[in-house]
Design a protein around this ligand. Structure first.
Ligand SMILES: O=C(O)CCC(=O)C(=O)O
Ligand SMILES: [Fe+2]
Length: 357
C-alpha cells in the first residue's frame, strides 16, 4: 500500500488567561481565528492559575482506574445511563460502527453528585440525571481530583463563552439575537467530565491500526464547548514525552483538510461542539476531531491519559435545529424542530451506544 504523507501540524490559537479573565477586553480577533467560520475550531488558554497541578493529579489516576480489578470496574458501571456515569469500556461507537475498545473512560458530573431527585427526569434523561458513582473504597482520591479539575475547566470555559457571545454580537451587529451562550451554560446542572485512558496498542484486542483515527474515531461533540487537557503519555507507568510526533488530536478543517493540532502541556484547550453551532446561529462551528495512536514500533507500550469536560446546556434547555444542519441527518430531526437538549443528546446516544435508534 502506498505510504501516505502525515497531516501537517498546526498550533492552536492561544489566549493568555489574564486576557480571558478581563471581561471587557475585545478578544474577537482571537475568537474569530480559532472558532470562526474559517477557524480550526480550537483555542488554548495559557497560564491558568493552579491548572498544571490539578491536571497532573487527575491524569495520573487514569491508568489506576483502568487497571482496577475487573470485578471492581464492573461495580463502577452504570448500564442504565448507557455507561454515561462511572466506568465505560468498549460500549461507545463513533465512526462507522467501531466500538471504543482502545480506550476506557470514567464519566462524572464534576459539580453535582445528584443532579436531581425527580424520578421522572432520571428516567427521561438518564445520561444526565443519574447520580455519580465513585470508587470510594478502591481509589478514594479520584472524586476530589476529578471535581477540582472539572470545576476549573468549567470556570475557564464560561469565561471563554462570554467572549464567544461578544464575538457573535459583533457579527450580528446588534444585541444578541438569541440566548447568551455564557448564561445558558452557567445555569446548567449537567456538565460532564470524562477521564480517558487509551490502552497501549499492543494490549488492545484488535490488530494495530495505522489510521488517523486509530485511538478514537472521527466525531463532533454535541456539547457546546469541550475543555481538553494536554494528554499524559506513559510507558510501563513511567511518564514520557509522546514518542511519535504524528500521534494525538487531529481536526478536520473547514476546507476538509486533516491536521494535527498542538498546544503546550500547561495550556487548556477548548473545541466547539454542535450546540455551540446551534446556539450561535452558525457563527461558531462544531469541530470534527479524532485521536491517532503512536505508530512507531517502540511506541507499542505507550498509553495516553487525558480529561475532557463537556460544557453543555441543561437537559431542559430548548434548542432549535437549523434547516441547514449537517450533523446526524440519519436521526431525521426535522429542521426547525425545537427540542430539549436532553432529548437531542438521548437520540444521539441511541446511535453511539450499541446502535439502538
Ligand atoms: O482524547 C482526546 O484528546 C479527545 C477525546 C474526545 O474527543 C472525546 O472524549 O469526545
Ligand atoms: Fe470529542
Amino acid at each position: 500500500m502506498q505510504q501516505q504523507r502525515p497531516p501537517p501540524t498546526v498550533r492552536a490559537v492561544t489566549i493568555p488567561f489574564a486576557d480571558l479573565s478581563d471581561r471587557g477586553k475585545d478578544l474577537s480577533d482571537k475568537i474569530e481565528e480559532g472558532f470562526g467560520r474559517q477557524g480550526l475550531g480550537i483555542v488554548s488558554i495559557a497560564d491558568v492559575p493552579g491548572y498544571p497541578e490539578l491536571r497532573k493529579r487527575l491524569l495520573r489516576l487514569a491508568s489506576r482506574v483502568a487497571n482496577l480489578p475487573e470485578e471492581v470496574k464492573k461495580e463502577l458501571e452504570d448500564p442504565s445511563s448507557r455507561y454515561n456515569f462511572g466506568w465505560s469500556h468498549g460500549k461507545q461507537k463513533f465512526e462507522s460502527g467501531k466500538f471504543d475498545t482502545f480506550k476506557g473512560s470514567y464519566f462524572a458530573n464534576p459539580l453535582l453528585n445528584v443532579p436531581t431527585t425527580d424520578d421522572a427526569l432520571v428516567t427521561r434523561f438518564p445520561s444526565y440525571c443519574r447520580p455519580n458513582i465513585w470508587p470510594t473504597d478502591d481509589l478514594p482520591e479520584l472524586e476530589t481530583a476529578f471535581k477540582d479539575l472539572g470545576k476549573l475547566v468549567l470556570e475557564v470555559g464560561l469565561l471563554l463563552a462570554h467572549h464567544c457571545d461578544q464575538y457573535v454580537m459583533n457579527q450580528e451587529l446588534g444585541p444578541c439575537a438569541g440566548e447568551s451562550l455564557e448564561q445558558t451554560l452557567a445555569r446548567s446542572r449537567c456538565h460532564k467530565g470524562r477521564l480517558l485512558y487509551y490502552f497501549p496498542q499492543k494490549f488492545s484486542k484488535q490488530k494495530e491500526d495505522q489510521s488517523i483515527s486509530s485511538w478514537c474515531g472521527w466525531h463532533t461533540d454535541y456539547a457546546s464547548l469541550t475543555g481538553l487537557t494536554y494528554a499524559l503519555f506513559m510507558r510501563k507507568s513511567v511518564e514520557i514525552p509522546c514518542p511519535d510526533s504524528g500521534a494525538g488530536l487531529h481536526i478536520r478543517s473547514r476546507d476538509n483538510q486533516v491536521v494535527k493540532v498542538t498546544f503546550e502541556d500547561d495550556e487548556l484547550a477548548y473545541i466547539t461542539g454542535e450546540t455551540a453551532e446551534i446556539l450561535s446561529r452558525g457563527h461558531l462551528r462544531a469541530t470534527p476531531h479524532c485521536v491517532k495512536a503512536p505508530s512507531s514500533e517502540d511506541a507499542s507500550l505507550v498509553d495516553r491519559s487525558t480529561f475532557a469536560l463537556f460544557v453543555q446546556p441543561n437537559w431542559d434547555e430548548k434548542i432549535k435545529i437549523p434547516s441547514e444542519y449537517p450533523y446526524h441527518k440519519e436521526l431525521l430531526i426535522p429542521p426547525n424542530e425545537t427540542l430539549a437538549y436532553g432529548e437531542y443528546s438521548e437520540r444521539i446516544l441511541n446511535k453511539h451506544y450499541e446502535g439502538r435508534t
